[in-house]
Design a protein around this ligand. Structure first.
Ligand code: 4H7
Length: 221
């Protein structure tokens, strides 16, 4: 899976080189190609934004600079996604579908966003990560890369995917590890029993109970 990221702040993506995702990059299961939009400015001061027509606060990213950045990487098979609060809210089903793509181009707006004309020309899909305001599309792009990469073969251990939240429509059962007693609290007996079926049954019950209490809306679907 290849992710091209068009951004004014490629350094913000350093954290993605850590942990499970970092390993996936090392193993070349995923490829994250960062494109600095500023490199495509033809202005002597490397200007990438300008004041909005019609007035108002802030700056708007210029269409020609963004278009040249896009042109440097565009491929027919790639899906271009604009991370924006106006997009469809990302959920696990969308993540799963995106993981079937081979090549995703993520366009990150900063400041007041990007000139509408270039968006109309290049964007296939607009996606939001939730109803709140951020300073840029970089964090949403990282959220998308993380969530989608988990579905790429080899990134996770084989059985991790089906057991988790949302995949079965339920929240996850609680986890315990050593020590067996922590501040007087013992690990639930059934988990020490080695009785696989009983454990599965207990976990399913807990999942249901937790979903009922914390996210009853999930059960109505
Ligand atoms: C694109 C267009 C995504 C990117 C507009 C991005 C939240 C999300 C941004 C904007 C984002 C999300 C313009 C929205 C300035 C905020 C004050 C960057 N915020 N901006 N507005 N929920 N911000 O996925």
């Amino acid at each position: 899976m290849k992710f091209d990221v068009l951004t004014l702040f490629p350094e913000m993506f350093e954290p993605v080189k850590q942990s499970i995702l970092g390993k996936a990059v090392e193993k070349e299961l995923i490829n994250i190609n960062l494109i600095n939009i500023r490199d495509f400015s033809e202005d002597k001061h490397k200007k990438v934004d300008d004041t909005p027509y019609g007035g108002g606060a802030g700056m708007v990213m210029m269409p020609d600079v963004v278009y040249r950045a896009y042109n440097s990487i565009k491929e027919k098979d790639a899906k271009v996604i604009y991370m924006s609060p106006q997009g469809k809210t990302l959920n696990q089903k969308m993540v799963e579908n995106l993981s079937k793509e081979n090549h995703i181009i993520l366009l990150c707006g900063h400041y007041e966003g990007i000139d509408q004309r270039v968006l109309d020309k290049i964007v296939d899909e607009e996606i939001s990560i939730g109803d709140y305001v951020l300073t840029g599309g970089e964090l949403p792009a990282m959220v998308l890369i993380d969530s989608v990469s988990r579905y790429v073969t080899g990134v996770l251990k084989p059985d991790s995917i089906q057991e988790e939240s949302f995949s079965n429509g339920l929240l996850e059962y609680p986890q315990y590890t050593r020590p067996e007693v922590f501040k007087g609290e013992k690990v639930p007996e059934v988990l020490l029993s080695g009785h696989h079926e009983k454990i599965q049954e207990w976990r399913k019950e807990k999942s249901l109970e937790i979903t009922k209490n914390k996210r009853p809306d999930l059960l109505k679907k």
